[in-house]
Design a protein around this ligand. Structure first.
Ligand code: S3P
Length: 426
């Protein structure tokens, strides 16, 4: 199979292409609700974005979809006439807050119920230090946000929690500012922004955990190809580890080292993984991943510095933990409480319904394996990654599982159930 296009990179391609000068062509853009929230937002900001003929390679199309963005340069965004709805997408809202903080007009951002409950002080605090006028609900902590942008100054900001969204938000604002804006992290979060900004011609330097951007250098339109999403491929690799006799080859998966923590973790659990045809496409390492069923997974301990590189794979690791011999512990992951849902409590309560032995901590879980899961009626909490992880648990379970709210997979992976059905029936 071919992994669907990367969500994080799809968002960034629209952001940078919109503020670059000239046309950008994006091949293999992710056609899912979250990145489409970003497309909608930039259309409201006056950017012309066109979908050209072609299909999605993962669905057998020979002609990959092409999305063109008619970039208008830094000064080209227009004051939106209405509120911008970021849907369920934290990446859209947090990155847009940074960008709009630098634009000399008024804008208002909102989102669905889940997004309106997610913390925004983490971007508002540094952007206010840069001089932005931003207000939000509950003492400037939650959306809707109102932004009166422009007139920013550079800052040097040490991030309290590693976060690619916060880092990217500050760097986007920094593009517009005279002087050097710098961000320091304690652990490296995904670095797609740094890689893509360099490709668009920004004056950006990365020195270990420090990223600095000198504002004012114009971005130029680019041809971009989006790699497959390791976070989507992970569900299939996990399924192939749990279904006896299944081997799997996933082609064109993004293998950026800030994202591959899940593969490192499952190798430690005993998975047999091979990386083939490794290459670099548009500044991002990609390759094909072959997993072979070996059976008998072992427990592991995950925590600390490992967390950012597997942050979105936590629900799936909980499922694998139920099938691994011994006690699997995942700690230092408190951030998961403020994702699209509280992913720690969601996985604990739903996997317990399926018979898992799982203990909840403030910052993670301990799971005792190996347990024969039983089919149950479970909930997705409207969170795409919970729905997909529970689907993998359902494959390993005896009896039927019903996932309430399963259609939220559309947020990142429209054809998830179709592709999963193909995998288990070939
Ligand atoms: C993302 C960064 C991560 C991740 C999210 C997408 C991004 O969030 O969980 O799904 O595209 O930058 P944080 O940056 O808040 O850790």
């Amino acid at each position: 199979m071919v992994a669907p296009p990367d969500k994080s990179i799809s968002h960034r391609a629209i952001f940078f292409a919109s503020i670059a000068k000239g046309e950008s062509v994006i091949r293999n853009f992710l056609d899912a609700a979250d990145p489409l929230s970003t497309v909608d937002a930039f259309r409201k900001l006056g950017i012309e974005i066109t979908e050209l003929a072609g299909g999605i390679p993962s669905q057998g199309s020979k002609l990959p979809r092409r999305t063109t963005v008619n970039g208008q340069g830094f000064e080209g965004l227009k004051e939106p006439k209405d509120v911008i709805d970021c849907g369920n997408s934290g990446t859209t809202m947090r990155l847009l807050t940074g960008l709009l903080a630098a634009c000399p007009f008024f804008s208002v951002l909102t989102g669905d119920e889940s997004l309106r409950g997610r913390p925004m002080a983490r971007v508002i605090t540094p952007l206010k230090q840069m001089g932005a006028g931003i207000n939000g609900r509950s003492l400037d902590r939650y959306p809707p946000l109102s932004i009166k942008g422009g007139g920013l100054r550079p800052i040097s900001y040490e991030m309290p929690v590693p976060s690619a969204q916060v880092k990217s938000s500050i760097l986007l604002a920094g593009l517009y500012v005279d002087g050097v804006t710098e961000v320091k992290e304690s652990v490296k979060s995904r670095d797609h922004t740094e890689r893509m900004l360099a490709a668009f011609g920004a004056d950006i330097t990365v020195d270990g955990l420090r990223v600095a951007v000198r504002g004012g250098r114009k971005l130029e339109g680019q041809d971009i190809e989006i790699p497959g999403d390791i976070s989507s491929a992970a569900f299939f690799v996990a399924a192939s580890l749990l279904i006896v006799g299944k081997g799997l080859l996933v082609r064109d998966v993004g293998l950026n080292p800030t994202r591959t923590g899940f593969f490192d973790a499952i190798k430690k659990m005993g998975a047999s993984l091979e990386f083939l045809n490794e290459r670099v496409v548009c500044g991002e390492p990609i390759g094909d991943v072959r997993s072979t069923y070996v059976g008998g997974l072992k427990c592991i301990n995950i925590g600390g510095e490992e967390i950012p590189s597997l942050i979105d794979e936590f629900p799936l690791l909980c499922v694998l933990g139920t099938q691994a011999e011994g006690i699997t512990e995942i700690r230092g992951a408190k951030e998961l409480r403020v994702k699209e849902s509280d992913r720690i409590s969601a996985m604990v309560s739903e996997l317990r319904k399926m018979g898992a032995r799982i203990e909840e901590y403030d910052d993670g879980v301990a799971i005792e394996g190996r347990v024969l899961l039983k089919g149950a009626h479970v909930k997705s909490y409207g969170d795409h990654r919970i729905a997909m992880a529970l689907s993998v648990a359902a494959l390993a379970a005896k009896g039927e599982t019903v996932i309430e709210g399963s259609d939220c997979v559309d947020i990142s992976y429209h054809d998830f159930y179709k592709d999963m059905t193909e995998l288990v029936s070939f």
